[in-house]
Write a protein that binds this ligand. Structure first.
Ligand SMILES: [Fe+2]
Length: 353
């Protein structure tokens, strides 16, 4: 599959995933041809683009942990603030993640082309729970973690949309209002008997930094609740990997570099180490330059080797960089962006909010 920006879409291209707008309205089901009307609607809504089938799609192997329909149900429950349903669905997400054999999160799991706060929360839930499984948390703790991750930004319901979706930089006063959302989320759920104090504490502390420079209470190290330390990493990672109104997106490798580079300052280093074992470095569908000079297409990733995918060269030679003895000397030099640009072409990024 190949990511095609909206401006380059042509009628007849087939989308690999369903196309939904930011309100969750289905515009086109997966595996259907895109029409001129859909392209026009996508342009109007400012949607970045979609993944379409290409000559490599038949060779690609990618299994979603959570399918599109389930994902939408969870996002809708969150949007409707239906807490009982959110609890039920997050418990199911925990079950799905615990039963996934090749547990690894690929950018496609995160539906990279469009997002609002609720989609982001769903991604943070998937990422944080996967990390929790890697840390060996038991089912009860995983359910609490998943729920806290899903609800971590619920306080943003009380932030005016004009500030939340503002194009460009926030003023100091607007930044102060945004920074109130962890406390707002805590307060919003305070009286709800179904929400434990652990979940509330994680929501309150998900912007605390490991070195004490975060907010709202400047907690440091292990004084920050464990769930909050996990959610902080998942939250920043997901924010970095996607384009938002106020910043360009990082490439996957740059996002992972950002996590590593901020170990001990923003993030708990032990948790980052676990997190990185489950996040693929070169997602299925991206093109990479190999050390032997060839350009290849990533067709599969495994949980045991997130830096060495199975690739297919443009003349259709399949190379398993982790297992083929003949490929041991071949490394991935650089990831190309989904639309073929390289990281050198990226502009300066604003840090994730
Ligand atoms: Fe937040």
């Amino acid at each position: 599959m190949k990511f095609v920006r909206t401006k380059n879409l042509e009628p007849g291209m087939i989308s690999t995933k369903s196309i939904q707008d930011s309100s969750g309205v289905l515009m086109l089901a997966a595996n259907h041809p895109i029409t001129a009307d859909i392209i026009q609607a996508m342009k109007r809504k400012g949607m970045a683009g979609v993944f379409i089938f290409d000559e490599f799609t038949q060779f690609e192997q990618f299994d979603s942990i959570v399918n599109d329909e389930f994902r939408q149900e969870a996002v809708n429950a969150l949007r409707d603030f239906n807490i009982d349903k959110v609890i039920y669905l997050t418990n199911m997400i925990v079950e799905k993640i615990m039963s996934t054999k090749e547990l690894v999160v690929d950018l496609h799991e995160l539906s990279i082309y469009d997002q609002d706060t609720y989609d982001h929360s769903m991604n943070v839930c998937t990422l944080a729970t996967t990390c929790g499984v890697g840390m060996g948390l038991d089912t009860d703790n995983l359910q609490q973690l998943a729920l806290a991750a899903m609800l971590h930004d619920v306080g943003k319901r009380n932030i005016p949309l004009a500030i939340l979706n503002k194009q460009g930089k926030l003023t100091p006063a607007e930044r102060e209002i945004i920074n109130e959302h962890p406390q707002m989320g805590y307060d919003l759920l305070y009286a709800n008997q179904s929400i434990s104090s652990y979940v509330r504490a994680a929501i309150l502390s998900h912007h605390e930094n490991y070195d004490g420079t975060g907010y709202p209470n400047h907690l440091a190290g292990e004084a920050i609740p464990l769930f909050a330390r996990i959610i902080h990493i998942a939250d920043v990672y997901d924010a970095l990997t996607r384009k938002r109104s106020y910043k360009d997106k990082y490439m996957q490798s740059e996002s992972l570099e950002f996590l590593m580079g901020n170990c001990g300052s923003m993030f708990d280093p032990d948790i980052v180490n676990t997190f990185l074992k489950y996040i693929v470095v070169y997602p299925v569908g991206c093109d990479v330059i190999l050390s032997d000079g060839r350009i290849a297409h990533v067709i599969k990733n495994r949980s045991s080797s997130v830096t060495r995918p199975v690739v297919m060269t443009w003349d259709k030679e399949k190379l398993d960089l982790a297992k083929d003895p003949a490929c041991r000397h071949i490394t991935v030099i650089k990831e190309l962006d989904f639309d073929g640009s390289s990281s050198e072409e990226m502009t300066e990024h604003e840090k994730a909010r």
